[in-house]
Design a protein around this ligand. Structure first.
Ligand SMILES: [Zn+2]
Ligand SMILES: [Zn+2]
Length: 276
């Protein structure tokens, strides 16, 4: 997670108000302590690259870039910076000249002229820009991290569409990862009996239980790669099998890029009656 953008991007006026003289400003620019983003706008030496990119484009972080900046789950892999220009903003980069920033022109208040939108507004931007699936994943992350208030949820309900309200109904605050959220979202359309975060005897807490016997695990990269953790996973699977459970593991690449195979694997087990 990056530090808050208002601490890292500042204006000429704010620097002058804080007692920074013109000479001192020139000296700080020369040493790299300050970087000029555009006329009258500066970044301090430790400004996060996305914040600087958005400011030099003319706005603040928006949408998936803002969510990532706040440490929330974002599935989208693109690296373009999403910039909040607001209704009255002025673009500083020329998209025709090769800038690949994604612009957001929705109106709303910010903390200051470089503040990012509130979490409910970020969610609304994601819905418009990336669709309801990505909206759902970020919403579960915001719920998990306590980043959205009851008031924020109420505002979102009033300022969004039926598909998003439907996703809000389904959203929970106990999802362990964005992958697990995505898995649950996509499994929903199969109309199966699904339970999440269940304590299973001799196994522990599993991500998803389908029917009574089929265990589905979404494996993140970091928590299953090392040899000791791999061994732990194998012990867990062996215990599950001893108690007549069937375990299927899916990783990021499978869930995100090969969903068809994930669905066929799960349905194959169900057709064989392994969930009963
Ligand atoms: Zn740009
Ligand atoms: Zn966007």
């Amino acid at each position: 997670m990056c530090v808050s953008p208002e601490l890292t991007v500042t204006t000429y006026r704010a620097l002058r108000d804080a007692g920074v003289s013109r000479t001192e400003l020139t000296a700080r620019l020369a040493t790299g302590d300050l970087t000029r983003l555009r006329r009258g706008v500066y970044a301090t030496g430790d400004a996060c690259p996305a914040v600087s990119a958005a400011a030099s484009h003319g706005g603040a972080l928006a949408c998936v870039t803002a969510a990532r900046h706040l440490g929330l789950w974002v599935l989208c892999e693109e690296t373009s910076v999403h910039v909040w220009l607001r209704a009255s903003g002025h673009r500083r980069h020329d998209p025709a000249a090769g800038c690949d920033c994604v612009e957001h022109w929705d109106e709303g208040p910010a903390v200051d002229s470089f503040g990012i939108p509130s979490v409910p507004r970020i969610l609304r931007q994601i819905l418009a820009c990336r669709g309801v699936e990505e909206f759902f994943v970020m919403l579960e992350s915001a719920l998990r991290h306590g980043s959205i208030t009851a008031e924020g949820l109420g505002w979102l309900r009033d300022h969004t569409n039926p598909a998003a309200r439907d996703a809000m109904e389904l959203a929970r605050s106990d999802a362990d990862s964005g992958l697990e959220s995505l898995l649950r979202w996509r499994l929903r359309r199969l109309g199966l009996s699904i339970r999440t975060q269940r304590q299973i005897h001799a196994v522990g807490v599993v991500d998803i239980l389908i029917g009574n016997r089929l265990l589905i695990e979404a494996d993140g990269v970091d928590n299953h790669a090392s040899a000791p953790l791999r061994h732990k996973d194998l012990v867990r699977d062996a215990n599950a099998a001893a108690w007549r459970y069937v375990t299927l593991h899916f990783d990021y690449a499978l869930i995100v890029h090969d969903w068809d195979l994930v669905e066929r694997a799960i349905l194959g087990q169900i057709l064989a009656g392994h969930h009963l």
